[in-house]
Design a protein. Structure first.
Length: 212
């Protein structure tokens, strides 16, 4: 006997994805309920749908940024980075994740703070850039400091030129937002770095300055 596709029950995850693309009150209720009570995977999908629909309030952002599940926190940070309308409470919640026990959450928090241009995070990002055990976190913090461009980060970014190669490369790019004899001297030294990609980053930076 042939099956009638119209009678098949849609998988719940598919329903969540679909709910993120329509504007019906019932689907919004589904997303909110799932965000509160679903499995980690379901909460991630609900979070994506709510963000797509512009339905995440400041309170909801803060809740998901403190979620017990690492995957939800990471997803929230990845999404909030592209929401320039968030308020101070949300940026403070993002900042708090710089102290997260999960390194990838810390990395995502640093990235988000850079995208949000959170100048108030400069001091805390400097701590991560200098002291965090994971080079990915240090690299992300250096990148964020470069994007933010607060002069308080100058010494930290220059010091990062003595870190692991990926961090050194990121520091070269970050210094493009700073000026001064100390920056010029640091970049000149980086131009002789043992890592060819660091040297290439310095050369590319010089070429861009010549074009301008």
């Amino acid at each position: 006997m042939e099956s009638d596709d119209a009678t098949l029950v849609e998988p719940f995850e598919t329903s969540l994805v679909r709910a993120g693309f329509d504007r019906e009150p019932a689907s919004l209720s589904l997303l909110l309920t799932t965000l509160a009570k679903g499995t980690p995977r379901e909460r991630v999908l609900a979070l994506r749908g709510l963000q797509r629909r512009g339905a995440l309030t400041s309170a909801k952002w803060c809740e998901v940024l403190r979620d017990d599940e690492v995957d939800v926190r990471r997803e929230a940070l990845g999404l909030v980075a592209y929401d320039p309308g968030v308020d101070v409470a949300v940026t403070e919640a993002v900042r708090a994740r710089l102290g997260d026990a999960d390194d990838l959450v810390v990395e995502a928090a640093a990235f988000a703070l850079g995208e949000l241009h959170d100048v108030a995070a400069t001091t805390e990002l400097c701590v991560v850039a200098r002291d965090h055990d994971d080079p990915r976190c240090r690299e992300a913090a250096v990148a964020a400091l470069g994007v933010i461009g607060d002069d308080r980060a100058r010494a930290t970014i220059i010091a990062a030129l003595g870190d692991a190669a990926p961090v050194r490369r990121r520091a070269v790019v970050a210094l493009s937002n700073f000026e001064g004899p100390d920056v010029e001297a640091a970049l000149a030294a980086a131009g002789e770095d043992r890592d060819w990609q660091v040297r290439a980053a310095v050369a590319q930076l010089g070429a861009e300055e010549d074009e301008n």
